[in-house]
Design a protein around this ligand. Structure first.
Ligand code: BTN
Length: 294
C-alpha cells in the first residue's frame, strides 16, 4: 500500500470488467469461495483484475478478497501492485439517498472517492473507512501508525495501507482496501523499497489474511452503521486522533495549490487548513484533489 504519489502506483490503462468463476472451492484454480463472516458475505478468489470492479456487481454487506490482483487500482488512476501475501479487499456498504446523510456539496474526487462517483452522498465516508482500518490494525496489535489525509495508513512515514472508494451505483459504495501484510511490493518496483512497509515488519507473528479481513470487516460494518445513524460528528474526534498533526501541507485544489497547516477535520468531515495569518479555512473533500505533506 502507499499513497498516490508513491511509485507503487504506476499509471496504466483502464482495467477491464471483473470476471468470476463459480463451482469449485479450490482457490488455486481461480474459483470463488463464499462464506459468512462478521455480518458480511465474503467472496474469496485467487485472482481478479480489481476487487473493486468485482465488488461493483455485489450487493450491500458483501465483500471480496483476492489473493492477487492483476490490475489493482489506486487513486488517481494509478496501478496498485497487488502481489501474493497482501490483503486486497473490497467491501460494499450502503449509501443513503442524497440529502439524507450528506454534508456539504460534493462533486468529483471527494477524498479517495474515484470517478464515476460525481456527488457522493457521504463525503466523509473515506475518513470513516480509514478509521475502520486503523481500529482493525490496533486490534491486531499494531502501534505507532498514523493516517495521512484522507486515509493512507503510514508507519514511520512508509505506506502500510491505501483505500479507494468507488460509487458505481447510487445506493452503495465499494470500499477498497489495500494492506501490505507479508507481500513484497518492492520486488515488483524497487522504488518502493523505502516507501512501503508491511504488517509483518511490525508484528511478532504474521496474521492470516482471512483473519485480518475478518477484523477489518467487523470494524467497517460497525463504523458504517454508526456513521449512517449518528452522522460523522460522532466519530470526528476519533478520526482527528489519527493524524498526529498538525502538519505542513500543500493542497492541490480546483483553482491552484495552497500551503498551510493541516490541523484536523471538522464535524462535517471538511479539511481544516490554517494559513500563515492564523486564519482557518474548511475545504470540502470534494474540493481537494491531493494533499502533499511538506
Ligand atoms: C491508494 O492509491 O492509496 C489506494 C489503493 C487501493 C488499493 C485497493 S486493493 C483492493 C481494492 N481493489 C483495487 O483495485 N484497489 C483497492
Amino acid at each position: 500500500m502507499s499513497v498516490a504519489s508513491s511509485p507503487m502506483l504506476r499509471k496504466a490503462g483502464h482495467a477491464g470488467p471483473a470476471t468470476r468463476s463459480g463451482g469449485s472451492h479450490d482457490l488455486t484454480q481461480h474459483a470463488e469461495q463464499v462464506f459468512e463472516l462478521e455480518g458480511w458475505t465474503v467472496h474469496e478468489v485467487a485472482s481478479v483484475d480489481s476487487t473493486n470492479l468485482f465488488a461493483a456487481k455485489l450487493p450491500v454487506w458483501h465483500a471480496v478478497r483476492a489473493e492477487v490482483q492483476t490490475a489493482g487500482r489506486g487513486r488517481f488512476q494509478r496501478i496498485w501492485i497487488s502481489d501474493q501475501g497482501g490483503l486486497w479487499l473490497s467491501a460494499v456498504v450502503p449509501s443513503p439517498p442524497r440529502g439524507v446523510a450528506s454534508s456539504g456539496p460534493g462533486h468529483e474526487n471527494a477524498g479517495s472517492f474515484a470517478p464515476p462517483c460525481s456527488r457522493p452522498a457521504q463525503p466523509w465516508l473515506p475518513l470513516v473507512a480509514g478509521l475502520a482500518v486503523c481500529d482493525a490494525l490496533a486490534e491486531l496489535g499494531l502501534t505507532g501508525f498514523r493516517m495521512r489525509w484522507p486515509n493512507d495508513v503510514l508507519v514511520r512515514d512508509r505506506k502500510l495501507a491505501g483505500l479507494l472508494l468507488d460509487q458505481f451505483t447510487p445506493d452503495r459504495v465499494v470500499v477498497g482496501v489495500g494492506l501490505n501484510v507479508r507481500n513484497q511490493p518492492e520486488a515488483s518496483d524497487a522504488a518502493l523499497q523505502n516507501q512501503a512497509t508491511r504488517l509483518v515488519d511490525w508484528l511478532p507473528e504474521s496474521p492470516g489474511l482471512t483473519a485480518v479481513a475478518a477484523v477489518l470487516l467487523r470494524h467497517l460494518r460497525r463504523l458504517a452503521l454508526e456513521a449512517s445513524q449518528q452522522g460523522f460528528a460522532a466519530m470526528q474526534p476519533r478520526v482527528n486522533a489519527l493524524w498526529q498533526g498538525p502538519r505542513r501541507v500543500q493542497l492541490l485544489l480546483d483553482d491552484g495549490s495552497r500551503p498551510g497547516l493541516f490541523t484536523s477535520v471538522d464535524e462535517d468531515g471538511c479539511l481544516l487548513l490554517e494559513d500563515e495569518a492564523g486564519r482557518t479555512t474548511a475545504y470540502n473533500p470534494s474540493q481537494v484533489h491531493h494533499l502533499r505533506e511538506i
